[in-house]
Design a protein around this ligand. Structure first.
Ligand SMILES: N[C@@H](CCC(=O)N[C@@H](CS)C(=O)NCC(=O)O)C(=O)O
Length: 200
């Protein structure tokens, strides 16, 4: 296997932290996003959407989407379990992970892209859209904060991939000027999650 990624990017971090949780080491190539290497024909041959991370599997085919890559690694390295055991637990983890991706990760990313213009060489940047997206992320994090008042982790006392996705998203958000770590329960939970060895 070979991983094409950008280690500082939130989706690159999702796979990197997941690999550490599993104790898996995969040789990797860093793709220069700033320099638009991800938009080259060579990379679009790996992923026509021109995004990272992408995993080249042993049969030579490519697997994109961080969650799909993590799911493959979960199947190959079942312990520690990060996607759930019972059908009910798996479904709840999927529910929370989608909530994180759709309501926090996506708006944080849109806020970053449209407020900083980081990718202005390849897309139209709308500052007002960035402001709306950042405000949407803030509102969603308030819901997570309320939830975490009564829960050690997102799924009660059970650490799972949804915690990982949210913690990485909020760490990235802080680095790009959207600090969403201020509320009490989020701060307590984030400190606990990021103290795990996989986050070191
Ligand atoms: N849904 C995809 C999103 C991948 C994605 O948006 N990756 C970003 C880095 S976090 C990227 O490649 N950006 C480059 C660009 O937009 O040109 C996943 O989960 O992997």
């Amino acid at each position: 296997m070979h991983l094409y990624t950008q280690s500082q990017s939130p989706n690159g971090q999702r796979v990197a932290v997941f690999m550490k949780e599993k104790g898996v080491d995969i040789p990797l190539t860093e793709i220069d996003l700033r320099g638009a290497e991800n938009l080259s024909d060579e990379h679009k041959n790996r992923n026509p959407f021109g995004r990272v991370p992408v995993l080249q599997m042993d049969d030579g085919t490519f697997l994109a989407e961080s969650q799909a890559i993590c799911l493959l690694l979960e199947g190959l390295h079942p312990e520690p379990n990060m996607f759930g055991d019972s059908p009910e637990e798996k479904a709840k983890i999927e529910m929370w992970n989608r909530r994180v991706e759709l309501n926090v990760l996506m708006p944080v990313a849109q806020g970053f892209r449209n407020l900083t213009g980081f990718f202005k060489d390849r897309e139209i940047v709308v500052k007002e859209w960035g402001e709306v997206a950042a405000a949407d992320a803030k509102r969603a994090v308030e819901i997570f904060d309320t939830h975490l008042a009564d829960n050690q982790f997102i799924l009660g006392d059970r650490y799972c991939i949804s915690d990982m996705t949210l913690a990485i998203t909020l760490g990235f958000a802080k680095n790009v000027g959207q600090d969403l770590l201020g509320s009490e329960n989020i701060a307590r939970w984030h400190a606990e999650v990021t103290s795990r060895p996989a986050f070191s």
